[in-house]
Design a protein around this ligand. Structure first.
Ligand code: NAP
Length: 306
């Protein structure tokens, strides 16, 4: 196995931590670019950057096998004009900073894997979206469009590049699942709004697998939906989650209650009400094998013994 490091920008968070663990377990040194570096003794070196401009941190790119960019202010907040500006700025600027540092590096990584989100498609209703589907018109779709445009417009002809439009990531220690699980344990795990909106979920282990495959497989380039092959409606998702947590019933939450509840929790109800039904066919055609293609085993894995 190659000892060339992997650079993970924004690698201190939910997906980045899992990804760094995976690469280290396979003998790869990992450099994490973060605004608040800490000393670690687990094979990961944290390097300070501001996520905005090339600087000394760019030296860590020389000789690295790949750069992965996960940077971005969380969308799990009120979408005020100020927060939306920061959501876009953190994503677009980090992409531009990496592109500039790659261009200046004497031996930049030959692969760049960039995070994006299924929010790109906007509210898709029942329509199944492959990667060729057009971008949506809502605010988060616009965020994703600007994010991806910054990435694809960088001039790096020698670099293989892949964008992963990530769905709703299910993990034990991050993302929205622990919050939903807590609400469900309190008998607040009913369907949200009509319950007919689709949710394109994916187990964290498969997100990690897709990023690792995008680094290792020279045939993977372009845009991929990083979602499980079986999207479900919100009502189906909540029913499975209640089953996994032994809560047979909870009252459904009308859209207004979801919006008010989300506001009280400092976030946006639209995140639970928007419909995203995305296809994983392109990844399947590329030979990717999901560990958790179906929701029920994914939830039993993540909510064990409850
Ligand atoms: N989790 C999901 O379900 C999901 C779904 C779709 C797409 N995604 C995308 O995948 C990426 C990684 O997701 P995640 O869940 O791992 O996110 P996360 O836990 O919030 O980590 C993102 C990282 O970005 C950095 N960051 C946050 N705000 C920043 C800012 N204002 N300026 C510069 N850097 C900032 C942080 O690093 P430091 O604080 O250490 O600098 C943080 O560790 C994100 O871009 C996210 O939009 C995630």
């Amino acid at each position: 196995m190659s000892e060339q490091p992997i650079v993970i920008a924004g690698g201190s968070g939910f997906i980045g931590n899992a990804l760094a663990r995976e690469f280290v377990a396979h003998g790869r040194p990992v450099f994490v670019l973060t605004r608040r570096p800490r000393e670690r003794n687990d094979g990961v070196r944290e390097i300070c950057w501001d996520g905005e401009k090339p600087d000394e941190w760019g030296q860590c790119l020389a000789g690295a096998a790949a750069v992965i960019n996960l940077t971005g202010r969380s969308i799990n907040c009120r979408h005020t004009p100020e927060n939306l500006r920061e959501i876009i700025r953190s994503r677009v600027q980090s992409v531009k900073a990496i592109a500039a540092a790659m261009a200046q590096s004497p031996s930049p990584p030959s692969v760049w894997v960039q995070a994006s989100a299924t929010g790109f498609y906007g509210d898709t209703g029942d329509r199944l979206c492959a990667e060729s589907a057009p971008h949506g018109r809502d605010r988060l779709a616009e965020v994703c469009r600007e994010w991806e445009t910054a990435f694809t417009s960088a001039t790096l002809p020698a670099t293989r590049r892949a964008v992963l439009r990530i769905g709703f990531v299910l993990g034990r220690e991050g993302g929205a699942l622990p919050v939903l699980a807590r609400l469900t344990r309190w008998f607040l795990g009913g369907s949200a709004g009509s319950g007919r909106q689709y949710l394109s979920w994916i187990h964290l282990a498969d997100v990690v697998g897709i990023f690792a495959a995008a680094v290792a497989n020279p045939a993977l380039a372009g845009t991929y939906n990083a979602v499980a092959p079986a999207p479900v409606t919100n009502a189906e998702f909540m029913r499975e989650l209640r089953g996994a947590l032994h809560r047979p019933w909870s009252p459904p939450a009308p859209a207004l209650a979801v919006k008010l509840g989300a506001r009280l929790m400092g976030t946006e109800g639209s995140l639970a009400l928007v419909s995203q039904r995305c296809s994983a066919q392109k990844l399947l055609d590329a030979g990717f094998q999901f560990q958790f293609p179906e929701l029920a085993p994914a939830l039993s894995d993540l909510c064990p013994g409850t």
